[in-house]
Design a protein around this ligand. Structure first.
Ligand SMILES: *[C@@H]1O[C@H](CO)[C@@H](O)[C@H](O)[C@H]1NC(C)=O
Ligand SMILES: *[C@@H]1O[C@H](CO)[C@@H](O)[C@H](O)[C@H]1NC(C)=O
Ligand SMILES: *[C@@H]1O[C@H](CO)[C@@H](O)[C@H](O)[C@H]1NC(C)=O
Ligand SMILES: *[C@@H]1O[C@H](CO)[C@@H](O)[C@H](O)[C@H]1NC(C)=O
Ligand SMILES: *[C@@H]1O[C@H](CO)[C@@H](O)[C@H](O)[C@H]1NC(C)=O
Ligand SMILES: *[C@@H]1O[C@H](CO)[C@@H](O)[C@H](O)[C@H]1NC(C)=O
Length: 421
């Protein structure tokens, strides 16, 4: 069944279709968000095991990637979320850690010019979180019109890295718009922020300590890093956000130069590559039969122009008040891998300690405990009052690359209120 909707006289079309890959079913394609320009957002939905999103009420997990500018297909296919993964020769194989055993899955390439999502008119490109989530909401509303059954079930929105900015903002917009008559009701119950970029001023002050406490920096290197951190701090304090961003890029490059170790995972010396994904996602037959995107579409893992365009947004303290307001309305999960320096424990810890919400003291007094997966300690958890913070052993920034079962376990415990013991 091919659904083709002519949305305007100009003839820009949505193209979606159902697909089957390795026996797994779902719907994928592009939704035209702006019918005057044809700018579109790509989505890829997988049905839950023995489920059908058109007819059942199983929960839906929405996934968005980081960057900003990195495709959600990274999480889907490399971090063990989708029922398939891509082997080193670029072929789809079954993924034993898939989340579809209990939930439907919907990955969205966001913002525009990320993965398979495209703008046709430069004036539509937004370089702020608050600007970009407006068209993300338009996309969701169009998707809900097309597939009314999708959003009336419990929905959890997960993502990583820069999704720490995007998800709270879209969650807040959804909850507001749910109150307005005529909008689709999107039954959002919780958000999960993996290795999140939430608050630059808090998260950027601890690279020196985090790296030297694990033995990675010499005292003089630590001093040099501290110096750049101080510049960064004063740039942010003076609201010189693009200056702060450039200090930060310098700092990250210095860490590489000093250590040769990845800030995203201190147990590795290489950068993550996505060759198998490039190969698979750009194959004409895959685009045609599985993704339902035009043959001319080109998939890239990350778009550095988009990354750079959010320079100022990345440094601004916009997300903290949004999270405070969400905490009285939905469940909020924050998780990170313990081998990640980029979004390190101290930065998130200090942000949490200073978070001015109604249950701040009760939460910070809540003791941390271990949490186990199949009898083995998988990490630490602190939970109370709609807020849960989990740290995962043996994982870097992209937690599911290293610990896909622990990631699924923590996501399920959070969504299904299973407790942590
Ligand atoms: C899901 O249910 C719809 C409506 O009954 C049906 O058209 C569709 O084929 C089903 N999809 C799958 C994958 O079974
Ligand atoms: C902002 O910070 C950058 C980098 O530190 C610096 O080069 C620039 O002069 C600063 N701009 C202003 C207006 O202070
Ligand atoms: C890192 O090393 C490269 C190559 O030696 C050099 O060009 C660059 O300036 C260094 N960057 C920083 C921030 O130290
Ligand atoms: C990984 O990326 C960083 C930053 O671009 C670079 O400095 C470093 O040399 C890269 N490492 C490897 C092993 O390619
Ligand atoms: C963001 O976009 C505005 C115009 O919409 C532009 O003035 C600004 O320079 C952009 N910021 C960055 C960091 O590219
Ligand atoms: C937690 O969220 C629920 C909605 O899921 C809400 O009813 C409750 O008031 C919130 N709890 C607190 C302490 O804000």
């Amino acid at each position: 069944m091919l659904l083709v909707l002519f949305l305007s006289a100009l003839g820009f079309t949505d193209a979606q279709n159902s697909f089957t890959v390795n026996g797994f079913t779902g719907t994928s394609g592009e939704i035209v968000v702006n019918s005057e320009t044809g700018s579109s957002i790509f989505f890829w939905q997988f049905n839950a095991m023995n489920g059908n999103i058109s007819t059942d009420t199983r929960p839906l997990v929405i996934w968005t990637g980081g960057g900003p500018g990195c495709s959600s297909e990274i999480g889907l296919l490399i971090e063990g979320i989708a029922p398939i993964q891509i082997d080193s020769s670029g072929n789809p194989i079954n993924n034993p850690s898939s989340w579809h055993i209990r939930t439907h899955i919907l990955a969205i390439d966001f913002p525009y010019d990320t993965g398979f999502s495209i703008t046709n008119d430069p004036s539509e490109i937004q370089n702020t979180t608050s600007g970009a989530v407006q068209y993300l909401y338009t996309f969701l509303a169009k998707l809900a019109t097309q597939y009314p059954s999708w959003f009336g079930r419990d929905i959890y929105w997960f993502g990583e890295d820069y999704s720490g900015h995007f998800i709270p903002a879209i969650a807040s917009l959804i909850l507001q718009n749910n109150q307005i008559q005529g909008n689709p009701i999107i039954k959002l119950k919780g958000i999960g922020l993996g290795s999140p970029w939430i608050s630059a001023i808090d998260q950027m002050q601890y690279y020196d300590i985090s790296a030297s406490y694990i033995g990675l920096l010499s005292p003089s290197q630590r001093n040099s890093i501290w110096n750049v951190q101080s510049q960064l701090f004063s740039s942010i304090s003076r609201k010189n956000y693009t200056g702060a961003f450039s200090n930060w890029q310098t700092l990250i490059q210095m860490m590489w130069n000093y250590t040769g170790v990845s800030m995203y995972n201190v147990r590795t010396t290489s950068n993550q590559t996505y060759q198998n994904l490039y190969y698979y996602l750009n194959q004409p037959s895959v685009k045609k039969n599985i993704l339902n995107v035009p043959s001319s579409a080109i998939w890239n893992a990350c778009n550095s122009q988009i990354f750079n365009s959010f320079a100022s947004d990345a440094m601004q303290p916009i997300t903290t008040p949004i999270i405070i307001s969400l905490l009285s309305q939905i469940k909020v999960l924050i998780y990170r891998g313990m081998d990640d320096i980029y979004t390190n424990e101290l930065g998130i810890h200090m942000w949490l300690v200073g978070l001015p919400w109604s249950n701040a003291i009760d939460f910070t007094e809540t003791r941390r405990s271990t949490w186990s997966v199949q009898g083995n300690v998988a990490g630490y958890v602190q939970t109370g009052f709609n807020l849960t913070y989990v740290q995962v052993f043996g994982a870097g920034h992209e937690v599911g690359i290293n610990q896909p079962y622990a990631l699924r376990d923590l996501a399920f415990r959070f969504m299904f209120n299973q407790g942590w013991n």
